[in-house]
Design a protein around this ligand. Structure first.
Ligand code: NCD
Length: 290
């Protein structure tokens, strides 16, 4: 594997293999990245993704070099492309990139020939989040195949959904998208419904998404009534069904405190699994570095 730009195009067995590798990472320290620098180029805000890539790099014995636009030459007008080629020229061999524009991680691979990991690009893909979610589902249910999953909310602007809409069906899960039509976008071939109440008692996983107001999404009056997962709605879920969310949560909008902290919530497990999932990706890329 030379780059990890997305899960679209990956076979279910490849995704499964990476998830199984992540499961072997445990709390062990490793040296597979020893001597290698990993640049974390975050052109857009992040907490869990950035920190988990940094922890993953350190746990593999690599050197994380963390970049954010604030305080950098981007404030003097330097472009993303010049920033990326500069970091590559410094000798950094793996570039982890988050951008608000889709396609920047792929372009960065073209500009530099370096190993690139997509840490979320626009509304396109967020493959390592999908991998952390797959690890979490395998952890909890044993396997992804056969699960029924509803992804609820602002699917249109969600790169997490962009990756999960491929990864989950590729692993044999049933998937439906739930939300108002203007937030569902075009995920052709997947069943959609406008009413969460129609599917709440038919799924094993309710995967909630934040409404991304910074990308132009609007929370209509009525959104909270129809889509917020609170204790009353959660009581209608199947026994054993779980709640997931990639974070950051907008508490009170798509989820209540009670559900976020309730017994069905896997949300902090998803965060925790972000580290071994990213270790698996970085360790696999390290094999190609020589
Ligand atoms: C998401 C993202 O940035 O794509 N969060 C994450 O990385 N876990 C989701 C969001 O911003 O709502």
């Amino acid at each position: 594997m030379k780059t990890f730009l997305g899960v679209r195009g990956m076979h279910g067995s490849e995704i499964q293999a990476l998830a199984e590798m992540a499961a072997t990472m445990g709390d062990r320290l490793d040296h597979r990245l020893r001597g290698h620098a990993v640049a974390l180029l975050f052109f857009e805000p992040s907490t869990r993704t950035r920190l988990s890539f940094e922890l993953a790099t350190r746990r593999l014995g690599g050197w994380p070099v963390v970049f954010g636009p604030e305080g950098s030459s981007m404030e003097k007008g330097e472009t993303i492309r010049d920033t990326v080629t500069t970091v590559s020229a410094l000798g950094v061999e793996i570039l982890v990139i988050r951008s608000s524009e889709a396609g920047i991680p792929e372009a960065a691979h073209g500009w530099t020939g370096r190993a690139v990991v997509n840490a979320g690009d626009g509304a396109n893909e967020h493959p390592t989040q999908a991998l952390a979610d797959v690890v979490t589902l395998i952890d909890h249910f044993g396997e992804v195949g056969g699960l029924e999953v509803a992804i609820v909310g602002d699917v249109a602007h969600s790169r997490v959904a962009g990756s999960l809409c491929h990864a989950l069906p590729a692993l044999g899960a049933g998937l439906r998208l739930v939300g108002p039509p203007d937030l569902l976008g075009e995920h052709t071939g997947l069943p959609t419904t406008e009413e969460l109440d129609e599917v709440i008692d038919e799924v094993d996983v309710v995967y909630l998404l934040r409404v991304q107001r910074e990308r132009g999404a609007v929370i209509d009056p009525g959104y909270i009534d129809r889509y917020r997962l609170g204790a009353d709605r959660a009581r209608r879920m199947r026994p054993g069904a779980v709640v997931m969310h990639p974070g950051p949560m907008n508490r009170g909008v798509e989820i209540t405190d009670e559900v976020a902290e309730g017994p069905r919530s896997l949300i902090l497990r998803q965060v925790a699994n972000g580290v071994p999932a990213r270790m698996a990706v970085l360790a696999t890329l390290a094999e190609g570095l020589g």
